[in-house]
Design a protein. Structure first.
Length: 171
């Protein structure tokens, strides 16, 4: 990973956006985008597992500290960092995903990229909102929050990927 600066900027930007914009954005009780997971999803495909787990831990800790959630974000972010490599291998049958490059429609193919993005974001949000609710009685509300927040989060992460591939990684 010889281009670490763009990923540090991405981490800082998504964390600051999460804390100062998305957490304060009045989208109603059903939509709370969690865009701080973008660095975990957009690291190059050949990133070592320990780096992925470290990035997931740092992203989760930063969000927990800023939101005051005491481990909730870490508990939802570490599983997606752990499962990312296996999910890429599962949804993609192409050999070139082992090569260096960030996950993008151009590199992975449009269908595989969107499946990858939706599955990992959905898994993160499912864990986050289930742990936040801690009740099966609120399952319909949790499902609604999962769908609304997931859609907005996927859109913002896809936009971040476009910006990252357009500017930062063409060095």
């Amino acid at each position: 990973m010889y281009r670490t600066f763009p990923y540090i900027v991405l981490f800082l930007a998504t964390t600051l956006l999460q804390v100062f914009f998305f957490d304060r954005l009045p989208l109603g009780p059903w939509c709370s985008p969690l865009v701080y997971i973008a660095p975990v999803l957009l690291l190059p495909l050949d990133t070592r597992p320990i780096v992925l787990l470290g990035c997931g831990l740092v992203c989760g800790l930063a969000a927990d500290y800023a939101m005051g959630t005491a481990g909730l974000n870490v508990a939802a972010t570490l599983p997606i960092a752990f499962l990312r490599r296996n999910l890429v291998a599962l949804v993609s049958n192409r050999e070139d995903n082992r090569e260096e490059g960030i996950p993008s429609p151009e590199h992975m193919g449009r269908r595989v990229y969107w499946i990858y993005l939706v599955l990992l974001t959905g898994l993160h949000h499912l864990l986050f909102f289930l742990l936040e609710a801690l009740s099966w009685q609120q399952l319909p509300q949790t499902a609604l929050r999962l769908a609304a927040s997931g859609a907005v989060t996927v859109g913002v992460i896809a936009l971040a990927e476009r910006l990252l591939t357009a500017k930062a990684l063409r060095v």
